[in-house]
Every structure is written in C-alpha cells, then in structure tokens.
Design a protein around this ligand. Structure first.
Ligand SMILES: Nc1nc2c(ncn2[C@@H]2O[C@H](COP(=O)(O)OP(=O)(O)OP(=O)(O)O)[C@@H](O)[C@H]2O)c(=O)[nH]1
Ligand SMILES: [Mg+2]
Length: 363
C-alpha cells in the first residue's frame, strides 16, 4: 500500500509543474479512498451524520462521479511523478519491490534528501535476499538500521570525565529562543540528580531582561551555584570560582546568525571560558535552509556538537538528518518538550531514524 504523502516533493526540482506552479499532492491509499467512498454513500440516509458531515449527507451520484474523477486524476498524477522521477534520476530502478519503494516514499515524505534516501534504499536492496525483500518487517528493520548508520551520534553525549583535571566545562550557544537555558537546566539536573555530580552554572546572558532570573530559578530548585558573567574577564573569574565542581555548564545569550558583531562578542566569552566542548543548540522547528545557515554562522565561534530541541514540534525529521550529515557534527542531545528535567534524551541515531520512519516523539 502506498502511504499517505503530503507535499513530499517540496524541495524536489523535479516536481511536476502545473501552469508554472509546483503541484502539491496528497496520496491516499487506494483502498482507503474506496472505503471512504462507501462510507459516504452509506451515510446518505443517516440523519445523525448531518450535523458533522453536511457535505457527505448530500452525497449523490454526482458526488460519487466527482470522487471517481478526482481519484483518477490522483492516480494519473502519481504515475506522472514516478515516471518523471525515474527518467530524471534513474531511481527507482525497474523491478524495485513495492515494499522497498514504500519505504523510499516514507523517507522522502519526511524530507530526507533524495540522495540519502536512495543510498539507504539501495543498500537495503543489495543486502536483503529476494524473499526477504517481500517481508515488510525485514525491509523496515534494514531501512531503519541503514538510516541510523548515516546519523552521526556518540555513545555518550558528554565526556564521562574531564580530560585535564579541570571541571568538565560545557558551553551552550545558539540562536535566540531555541531552548538553550531550558536545555542547560535539563543537563544540569541530569548530571546532579542522576549521576550525582557537583555542578556549577554560569550565565553570560545579561542582555535579555529576566534571563539571569530564569537560570537562577532553575539553579535554586536544583540546588546549584550560579555565577553571572558580564564580561569575558568576569567569565574567567566565574570559571575559577567554580573550579571545585565536577561539571561547569555555561549558558550564553541567544544570537542572530546574521549579527556578526554579536557572534564575535560571543566568541570572546567562549574563549575566556575555554570550555572542553561547545554545543550548538538548534531548534527542530526551523527549515533546513535556516538550520544550515545558523550552523554556518555559529561555526565561527567554534562548535563541537549539536543539540536539537523541540522535536515535539518538528514538522519533519528527515530535515534533521540532512542537517546533521551536512554539518558533520555529532548529535549530543535531543529535547522533546518544555518539562525540566524530563524532556531530554541522549542523541541516539536509532531514535532519530525511528522518528523519520514514523514513530512518535511521545508514544
Ligand atoms: N516544545 C518545546 N519547547 C521547548 C523545548 N525546549 C525549550 N522550549 C521552550 O522554548 C522557549 C524558549 O526556551 P529558552 O530555554 O528560554 O530558550 P533560549 O534559547 O535560552 O532563549 P534566549 O536565551 O532568549 O535566546 C521556552 O518557552 C521553553 O519552554 C522543547 O524541547 N520543546
Ligand atoms: Mg536563554
């Protein structure tokens, strides 16, 4: 069965054009459309459905004909899309098993790049035997496995110990409002409450009214010392003041990726703190173009790992895989909601692959 696809070809230059405009399309499983047609006609004489379904109640043979016509148009459009794609990209090759092709459509519908989708599917096709390619579960499992292999992650999001005797020092940087402070509080709570480490916090965000209070509130609840750094010199002193901690977590002010001056200033704070790692925090709600733009701008400051926030609000997960691949940094954490400390997870490749393949963030 062909899964529903909504606007799957957003970024595809091969998208079919109608009167000069890209054609949006929705595929609906043929069986479901036929079933829907049956339900529509059976509701004709059901008054209870009239409140909610006035369009269905008035279903006549005219409506049924219209539906048939629409269905035929959809079929034709799907055929055209697939034919066009095969001609231009050579994918899918002839004789591709339907189950495998369904998986390909699933990846594409999540905005995973065509290049990556094809690589994953080609590997699955090469590695499975012909009978296995007819087994939905086996094809799904292999697709998941190969997709996960393309996602750069680590066994541990943070080093288990400081490499040089100083407190393990981690700084979070990123655009405004992506969830840096909330994520910092989640990591701090996890280090202290789950791993029993002593944690100190520093904030360099003295620009936004109440930014210090926001972190101070978390520091008080979790029971952590907090230092405020107004200048890079303050930052050095703050790091020194917390030198007895196992871990130091540094929050920074959100910066626009278009504001080169502020990014340079941020770089001076980071330089003064000399952290072991800088994690760039990006929001899953942004488009691929914006995410890549942000990653490029913040790379000036120096980035070691990526944190992806707000997966609970993400529109498509394939974009996140594309970005991780293009940026080439490991994913350290993902966050899945506003609750501190619960809505944070280690960035695992399998988890992200499962999300691309249709699993939900909060099952
Ligand atoms: N849905 C959702 N909301 C989140 C998540 N993480 C953070 N938020 C919300 O995003 C908003 C901004 O979070 P902050 O932590 O203040 O973001 P920030 O990056 O520190 O913002 P600035 O310091 O202003 O740049 C808040 O309303 C958070 O509750 C998440 O994983 N999911
Ligand atoms: Mg903040």
């Amino acid at each position: 069965m062909i899964p529903a696809i909504t606007d799957a070809r957003k970024s595809n230059p091969n998208v079919i054009k109608t009167q000069g405009k890209p054609q949006r399309f929705i595929l609906t499983p043929v069986k479901e459309v036929s079933a829907a047609a049956k339900i529509v006609s059976s509701k004709d004489d059901d008054p209870a459905s009239s409140v909610m379904h006035d369009r269905t109640v008035s279903a006549t043979s005219d409506d049924s004909e219209t539906m048939q016509e629409e269905l035929a148009a959809i079929r034709q459009l799907v055929g055209q899309v697939l034919k066009h794609q095969t001609q231009t990209t050579g994918f899918p090759q002839s004789g591709m098993p339907q189950i495998l092709f369904d998986q390909y459509l699933k990846l594409i519908s999540q905005d995973l790049s065509e290049e990556l989708s094809e690589q994953v599917i080609n590997r699955v096709r090469k590695d499975l035997t012909v009978p296995d390619l007819e087994d939905v579960e086996k094809v799904r499992e292999k697709t998941l496995e190969y997709l996960a292999a393309f996602i750069p992650t680590l066994d541990h999001p943070l080093p288990e110990e400081s490499p040089d005797g100083r407190p393990l020092t981690i700084a979070l940087i990123g655009p405004t409002g992506v969830g840096k402070t909330t994520t910092l509080a989640k990591i701090a709570a996890s280090c202290k409450l789950r791993q029993g480490k002593s944690v100190g916090l520093i904030t360099a965000d003295t620009y936004r009214i109440a930014a210090v209070d926001q972190l101070r509130t978390y520091a008080n609840i979790i029971g952590l010392p907090l230092e405020v750094a107004l200048t890079p010199t303050d930052m050095k002193q703050a790091v020194h003041a917390l030198s007895g901690c196992d871990v130091i977590l540094i929050d920074t002010a959100g910066r626009s990726q278009n504001d080169g001056g502020r990014l340079k200033e941020l770089a001076r704070f980071i330089e003064a703190a000399d952290p072991h790692e800088v994690h760039l925090v990006l929001s899953s709600t942004a488009s691929e173009k914006v995410l890549l733009n942000e990653a490029e701008a913040f790379s000036e400051v120096g980035v070691d790992k990526l944190v992806l926030t707000k997966l609970d609000e993400a529109v498509s997960f394939g974009v996140l895989v594309n970005v991780l691949r293009k940026v080439g940094k490991n994913l350290s954490f993902i966050t899945t909601g506003q609750e501190v400390p619960d809505h944070i997870e280690c960035g695992r490749s399998t988890r992200l692959a499962q999300l691309v393949m249709g699993e939900t963030v909060h099952p």
